[in-house]
Design a protein around this ligand. Structure first.
Ligand code: GLN
Length: 289
């Protein structure tokens, strides 16, 4: 099996060096400026500043909102289930939704979950429309150019789904075959690299790629193992190959340089891991084999 993910250690190193280079020096400059300005502040200005601080404190007390962007087509990490109520009061549930709920609760904010196309998630973060992305998103070097990732919270593999009667038995048999993927996912990126753009059919949702397989439009689907299990369970005549295609790790993404939120998210992830809560969230959605 190929190991294409960036290790947690490498990602952590990156985050540390980033904080060391950019974040802290800017913060010092801002603080210094504030100190020197404070010396010349008139009484009126001091009053205004005090009011501002009070307003800010009130805002924190009241909480405000925390916007999570995701693509809720990825069971068991995020999906719509009309029989349940998710942490933002909508019908979006799953492992990421619950982790996000814990983060919002910890920060005293109301969670809002935005459900958008997978390949719009990073642009949504960059434009500042969302605070973080929790979407079973794999840490990759390319994505690290555009966003910062939290500590990882799950390992995953890219799996291969074929029809029960297929002769495809592993990644090597995929050469020259039509492969269905969800647009913009690592399954898409890796398969395009390995088997050529002309052999890849891209779909907006993983479930659409699986439907194309059922209808004989593609020979195989490459997708993350947990949704793969759900989709194979929901459709007759499909099987999941034992040999996986690639190994990877999931993390939460924030806008590049948003160290404050990143640290808060990492603290919550660590707390969830230490308290065993992370295991129970995962155990609620994934039955151990
Ligand atoms: N883990 C895959 C990726 O990050 C797919 C995630 C998804 O479809 N939500 O590209």
């Amino acid at each position: 099996m190929k190991k294409r993910f960036l290790t947690a250690a490498a990602a952590a190193l990156c985050a540390v060096s980033l904080a060391a280079c950019g974040g802290s020096s800017t913060a010092t400059t801002a603080a210094e400026t504030q100190t020197s300005e404070a010396a010349d502040t008139t009484a009126a200005e001091a009053d205004a500043a005090e009011e501002e601080t009070a307003a800010e404190a009130e805002e924190t007390e009241e909480g405000g909102t925390l916007i999570m962007a995701t693509n809720a087509e990825f069971p068991p990490y995020e999906y719509h289930d009309s029989s349940q109520t998710g942490p933002d009061g909508s019908d979006i549930v799953g492992i990421d939704a619950e982790i996000a709920g814990a983060i919002a609760e910890k920060l005293g904010k109301d969670l809002v979950i935005e459900d958008i196309a997978f390949d719009s998630l990073i642009p949504e973060l960059q434009s500042g429309k969302a605070d973080f992305v929790a979407a079973g998103m794999t840490v990759t070097e390319d994505r690290l150019v555009n966003v910062d990732f939290s500590d990882t919270y799950a390992t995953a593999v890219q799996s291969i789904i074929v029809t029960s009667d297929s002769e495809i038995a592993g990644p090597d048999d995929l050469a020259g075959k039509k492969i269905g993927v969800q647009q913009g996912t690592t399954g898409d990126l890796y398969a395009t690299d390995d088997f050529g753009d002309e052999n890849i059919d891209r779909y907006p949702k993983g479930v659409d790629a699986v439907q194309a397989l059922v209808q004989g439009k593609v020979d195989a689907v490459i997708i993350d193992n947990e949704p793969a299990k759900v989709f194979v369970g929901d459709n007759e005549g499909l099987k999941l190959l034992d040999t996986a295609y690639a190994e990877e790790e999931y993390a939460i993404a924030v806008k590049k340089g948003n160290t404050e939120l990143l640290e808060q998210i990492n603290t919550v992830i660590q707390e969830l891991k230490d308290s065993g809560e992370m295991d129970s969230i995962i155990g609620k959605y994934i039955t151990a084999e």
